[in-house]
Design a protein around this ligand. Structure first.
Ligand SMILES: [Zn+2]
Length: 538
């Protein structure tokens, strides 16, 4: 009996500890107190019945110790920097989990679900079958549509601080940039931290498991921008490709940005190399990677373009920049450099399979062939292109020619949303408008998953298959917009899913029941909004 009580005592505490204990601390605190009181009562009853008074002091002492432990744990949960350690505590890494009988899944012959072990998918289970090996737990996925975790190829997190800024509304790219540069010059480390956390939260909740961000604004005081972004991504547990952006060509040198937001070539290259050495992980399954990402031909000198390419080659990292976004850019390049943007890219040593380009709209047929031969990737950013009236990326032509294509939400100030699942729908609609019914929802889902993985040269990501990383986005179809659907997978795209119910990165749940574990969204929103207002009112 002694053991039985002790075991049930421990089991009840374990249960309350693991059952979504990161989601709402008030609720959980009350739950602990309730459990403690309940156990207290049971112990009192047992001791009075059995006359074993000596047990009272032993159990009460244990009870007190456990309550103290949980109190300490609750404090830890709300210390943001310890989220990862809490998640590790919550999820044992090498357990085998069967995600059983999904409502639908974007994978071949996996109607019975998938078996995961640690960070990997180890088995696809056909309908009506069981996993071929033993497993530790089962997750009933019969209410969920399972997608490979989505991959975002292009963003500027800091721009969440200047969403729908009134003076920049209804402008095309160049005047839009010129309005916003002076504001961006005032970004502080705390503001960038909030912007990064907020954008990553938006992305995660939309089913994104691999995010990339191109940060290219480095005013005085923000020299460690990428370092703090690495910290934020690691705390959240999302896979991250940090693009070390740069600008060194200000107005005085014929560029677009003001002096206040640019750096010198030496500063850019020294910091780029430091970041690669400090954070870049070239291994399969890496959670943090660095790429070099001079902003665009109209804000970066030829020297920075060339030197960045050489540095990237030396350290085997990728290159990223904006290209062929607008007709203004073509005119600018022709006038100042004497050639079209893609020719310029080739001249500075960038036209290869280690480069991907944001937008890639204004290419000729010959240029598309050139891109295909080099296997240079493209990030299609449909919302941004529509908002800024930049044009329509020729996604179908690019893919047909053999160019790797993925999706990007682009900076918040042009898209004003970091929702990658909504971007899948935008891509579907825009390309459908251009190419008719040969564009399907499966194409759009492929661009956001496998396509993105190809662009980032990450063959272990973007697909649900044996041996792949367990990066997954699970959506429920329990909203009005899905009611009556006949095809759950198509419904996600065509009815417009916008929030994942669960998201897993490298085998760990990061989102459960539509909540990011360990992150207080209300508090984040308040802090981010305060930083945005401070910046806009400077
Ligand atoms: Zn951009």
């Amino acid at each position: 009996m002694h053991d039985a009580i002790e075991n049930s005592f421990l089991a009840s505490l374990e249960m309350t500890r693991f059952k979504g204990f990161l989601q709402d601390h008030h609720y959980i605190s009350n739950q602990y107190i309730f459990v403690a009181q309940l156990i207290n009562l049971i112990l009192k009853w047992y001791c009075s019945k059995t006359k074993k008074q000596h047990l009272v002091s032993v159990y009460f002492e244990r009870l007190e110790n456990y309550c103290r432990k949980f109190y300490a744990l609750n404090i830890k949960i709300f210390n943001w920097n310890s989220v990862n350690s809490v998640q590790k505590y919550n999820q044992k890494p090498d357990l085998k989990i069967w995600l059983k009988n999904p409502l639908s899944i974007l994978a071949e012959n996996a109607g019975g679900g998938i078996l995961l072990e640690g960070a990997r998918i180890i088995e696809l289970i056909p309908s009506g079958k069981q996993p071929s090996s033993e497993y530790d737990s089962v997750f009933d996925a019969s209410w969920h549509v399972i997608l490979p975790g989505l991959i975002n190829l292009h963003h500027h997190f800091y721009q969440t601080l200047t969403r729908v800024y009134p003076q920049a509304l209804n402008k095309e790219l160049f005047p839009w940039l010129k309005t916003l540069y002076p504001l961006w010059a005032g970004i502080t480390p705390e503001a960038l931290r909030m912007a990064t956390r907020l954008a990553l939260a938006e992305l995660l909740l939309s089913g994104c498991t691999t995010a990339s961000d191109q940060h290219y604004v480095f005013p005085a005081g923000l020299e460690n921008a990428i370092d703090l972004q690495v910290e934020e991504a690691q705390n959240l547990g999302i896979r991250m490709v940090l693009c070390r952006g740069s600008m060194d060509r200000s107005e005085k040198d014929g560029g677009l940005p003001p002096d206040s937001v640019v750096q010198t070539c030496d500063e850019i290259l020294a910091d780029s190399e430091r970041l690669i050495q400090q954070y870049h992980n070239p291994e399969e399954g890496a959670m943090t990677q660095i790429t070099l990402a001079p902003c665009s031909p109209f804000s970066v000198s030829e020297t920075v373009m060339r030197e960045s390419a050489m540095l990237a080659k030396k350290h085997h990292v990728l290159l990223h920049t904006h290209l062929a976004e607008t007709e203004d850019e073509n005119s600018f390049c022709l006038k100042t450099i004497g050639c079209r943007p893609l020719d310029y890219l080739e001249q500075v040593g960038w036209l290869n399979n280690k480069t991907w380009l944001a937008h890639g709209i204004h290419f000729t047929d010959e240029e598309i062939q050139k891109l295909a031969a080099a296997k240079t990737g493209i990030s299609h950013c449909p919302s941004s292109n529509m908002v800024l009236s930049s044009g329509v990326c020729r996604v179908m032509d690019l893919e047909k020619a053999g160019v790797p294509v993925g999706l990007g939400v682009d900076g918040s100030a042009s898209n004003d949303s970091s929702n990658l699942m909504q971007e899948v729908r935008q891509a579907f609609l825009l390309q459908r408008l251009q190419h008719g019914s040969k564009v399907t929802h499966l194409d759009a889902l492929r661009w956001a998953s496998e396509g993105g993985a190809n662009v980032l040269r990450r063959p272990e990501l973007g697909r649900i298959a044996e041996g792949m990383q367990a990066d997954l986005a699970l959506f429920k179809l329990d909203e009005l917009r899905f009611s009556g659907n006949g095809d759950p997978l198509a419904a996600l795209v065509i009815c417009g899913a916008h929030q994942a119910d669960r998201v897993m990165v490298a085998g760990k749940w990061i989102v459960e029941d539509g909540q990011i574990l360990g992150l207080d969204l209300e508090q984040l929103q308040a802090e981010h909004h305060r930083e945005a207002k401070r910046l806009q009112e400077k």
